[in-house]
Design a protein. Structure first.
Length: 255
């Protein structure tokens, strides 16, 4: 995992060696909200240590969606409440056994027990878990996963996008393979993308190019649904060839 680095005042990010997964920390004073901490056990250990060395108190967690790499937690983060959209929280509970299987047999039992213990919230992150000086708007949609949630910080003009708007991953409708819902989600995100000075994807690089990422995703989907092929360079990234083949099947049904 990369060191915890401040990408804009009050917003810190660390990136996992696995799938370039980003953990985001929103800081106000000595309090912090931790979003999608991930991925590997030693990296969670290191993240807990980095938070401790900064003398920060984690007052809440937030999971952007119900995939195992976005539902993790560590005892070193403390026992603050962890939040997610209603659909994410429901899936984290109903799909728990399958999500645990995705972690693998060698994942530490203590971390397995903490995975996915989120509470439902749809109107906003409760004040008890919101650091001083941080305003958060939740953007809930069904792109990538049911109840997938992006977080918008209007003062900082930061968009924490979850598993969308990545510079290394293709658009991934994923379960339930709802491509129209994914397109609708891009439309939902568009007004925030237009204002964003910083984009933090669930996987990939933090950037200042949110509009270009949105355009790339729209172009890829348009190419696939109209022509069935695309020249998007992300197709050649690790793990994306298989996802591209899956998108070919989904897009064929829309032509």
């Amino acid at each position: 995992m990369t060191r915890l680095r401040e990408v804009t005042p009050g917003v810190l990010v660390a990136t996992s060696r696995r799938m370039s997964t980003n953990s985001t920390l929103l800081v106000g004073g000595s309090d912090a909200l931790l979003i999608d901490p991930a991925w590997m056990p030693d990296e969670l250990d290191a993240l807990a240590g980095a938070i401790r060395r900064r003398s920060l108190r984690v007052i809440g967690g937030f999971a952007t969606h119900a995939h195992q790499d976005h539902l993790l937690w560590h005892p070193g983060f403390g026992a603050a409440p962890r939040w997610a959209s209603a659909r994410t929280a429901a899936l984290a509970a109903s799909e728990r056994e399958a999500l645990i299987q995705f972690l693998g047999d060698d994942f530490p039992e203590a971390l397995v027990e903490l995975m996915g213990r989120v509470r439902s919230v749809d109107t906003g992150v409760p004040s008890e878990s919101t650091p001083t000086g941080i305003e958060i708007e939740l953007i809930i949609h069904d792109g990538h996963a049911p109840g997938h949630t992006a977080l918008w910080l209007p003062a900082q003009r930061v968009l924490i996008a979850g598993d969308m708007l990545s510079d290394v991953e293709l658009p991934l409708p994923f379960h339930p393979d709802d491509l129209p819902a994914y397109v609708h989600a891009l439309d939902r995100l568009a007004p925030y993308v237009a204002q964003a000075e910083v984009i933090i994807p669930g996987h990939g690089n933090v950037g200042a190019d949110a509009p270009a990422r949105l355009e790339a995703d729209r172009r890829y989907i348009d190419d696939m649904t109209v022509r069935g092929e695309s020249s998007d360079s992300r197709i050649h990234n690790p793990g994306m060839f298989e996802e591209h083949a899956h998108m070919q099947e989904l897009a064929r049904g829309m032509r």
